[in-house]
Unconditional design. Structure first.
Length: 119
């Protein structure tokens, strides 16, 4: 099956907090049929939910008040950082690498934290 084309600045990924690794996999697979890719002891990505996403159990998760991280896709990560800054957004986490690409986090004028990633 081919991967769908990514659209610049579209919602591409949803990230949720992870506390119970095995229970999370069993629950979402059993109830909704989601499939999982394991990325070490602190991260699970999922597919089969209509939009891909992940469960993040890093020691310092997103500071989002609600625990959900919306991840946008960018064709040009550096240009997206500049656009966020120019529009008055605050960079919460500068560009960093992760398995599969690079990303940064920003805080919008409402105080919501989102992320933008690129391959």
């Amino acid at each position: 099956m081919s991967e769908p084309e990514r659209q610049h600045h579209s919602i591409n990924y949803i990230e949720l907090p992870l506390q119970e690794y095995e229970a999370t996999k069993q629950f979402y697979n059993g109830v909704f049929g989601w499939e999982f890719q394991e990325w070490g002891p602190d991260y699970l990505s999922f597919s089969g939910a209509g939009i891909d996403g992940g469960f993040n159990g890093e020691a310092q998760p997103s500071e989002s008040e609600y625990g959900v991280l919306v991840v946008l896709y960018s064709n040009d990560l550096a240009a997206s950082v500049k656009a966020v800054e120019k529009a008055g957004g605050a960079i919460a986490k500068p560009i960093y690498e992760f398995p599969g690409g690079r990303r940064f986090h920003f805080v919008d004028p409402n105080g919501s934290e989102l992320a933008v990633w690129s391959e």
